[in-house]
Design a protein around this ligand. Structure first.
Ligand SMILES: Cc1cc2nc3c(=O)[nH]c(=O)nc-3n(C[C@H](O)[C@H](O)[C@H](O)COP(=O)(O)OP(=O)(O)OC[C@H]3O[C@@H](n4cnc5c(N)ncnc54)[C@H](O)[C@@H]3O)c2cc1C
Length: 287
């Protein structure tokens, strides 16, 4: 495995490097990239190391009345430690905490988790649930923003163009009149750590003071070529009382979630098993 490394130190150095280099890949925490390059070496490759870029928007968190903006270079560890995320978006806190191991979480970034576009990406699944937007920076310094569901275009494929870098992620804040949030990340894997999901379910459900559901986000991971937002399952919940969902309604909800799944059989699990698990964990979120 041989490659050149360039270490831009500022945003303008980064953009200049992107404009100059012809055959390159970005490296953030490099936890995925190095595994990939070990398997398939790429002659003459330059890795543009993003981890040395000093830029508050790339590395920081900014809260506003509209929501919270996360720099793409925030690590899973930084996400876990952030109190705003823990209190307002528990699904993302839990997803970051479930990623790999303590050591990997120190370097693995949220941007890398999105850009690697694995169907089992944990933070990516939570961000789909939260209906986040992706802020993408072009080599000319211009930014464009797209909904996260448009960001994933296939297995390990994204909407990023060759000369674009993921710069930040924006999560909209809770709806008006919200009294309670039920927000969880459920990861089913063969082991508790160092294991990618066999199936995952992320949900972020907002209720008013009467317990009525006024907004719902539900996403599934490792169940289709891309992480999927279960729109009809979310719509089904609106107006219902979270604590009064009947058995029949739980099953109808789980069936709607399942309709977004088209899993494969691989060495980790069969398609049948993934569907069974997904149906059962979906049904159980109200218990
Ligand atoms: C042992 C092990 C266990 C793991 N367990 C889990 C797990 O439990 N859950 C999970 O979700 N993942 C897991 N992973 C995968 C990986 O750690 C995560 O996906 C991680 O978040 C990737 O982030 P990174 O910063 O290391 O990305 P990198 O490896 O640096 O990059 C990944 C890809 O994204 C591109 N990229 C990175 N940042 C940007 C950017 N800002 N703009 C444009 N392109 C970019 C790179 O070019 C590369 O193609 C595991 C990996 C290993 C090795």
């Amino acid at each position: 495995m041989e490659f050149n490394i360039i270490n831009p130190k500022t945003k303008s150095e980064l953009l200049k490097t992107i404009r100059k280099e012809k055959h390159f890949r970005f490296g953030a925490g490099c936890t995925d990239l190095l595994m990939e390059l070990k398997k398939n070496s790429d002659e003459g490759l330059t890795v543009i190391n993003l981890s040395q870029v000093k830029d508050a928007q790339f590395n920081g968190v900014k809260k506003s009345a509209k929501g919270i903006r996360l720099g793409a270079m925030l690590t899973a560890h930084q996400i876990v430690m952030n109190e705003d995320i823990k209190n307002n978006f528990p699904v993302l806190h839990e997803a970051a905490l479930s990623l790999a191991s303590t050591q990997i979480r120190q370097v693995a970034t949220i941007g890398g988790n999105l850009c690697t576009a694995s169907p089992s990406g944990d933070m990516a699944c939570a961000l789909v649930t939260l209906e986040a937007d992706c802020e993408i920076l072009g080599a000319n310094g211009k930014a464009r923003t797209i909904p996260i569901t448009d960001f994933f275009t296939g297995v390990r494929k994204t909407a990023l163009k060759k000369n674009e870098v993921l710069y930040g992620i924006f999560i909209p804040s809770k709806k008006k009149k919200v009294k309670n949030i039920t927000s969880r990340f459920i990861k089913i894997g063969a082991r508790r750590s160092m294991e990618c999901s066999v199936v995952s379910l992320a949900y972020h459900i907002q209720t008013d003071e009467t317990g009525k559901i006024i907004h719902a986000g539900v996403a599934i991971g490792a169940s289709a070529p891309t992480i999927r937002f279960a729109k009809s399952a979310c719509g089904f919940l609106i107006g219902k009382k979270f604590k009064n969902i009947s058995q029949r309604e739980k099953e109808e909800f789980a069936g709607k979630v399942l309709s977004y799944a088209s899993p494969i059989t691989d060495i980790r699990a069969t398609a049948w098993y993934r569907k069974e698990v997904l149906f059962n964990i979906s049904k159980a979120i109200f218990e």
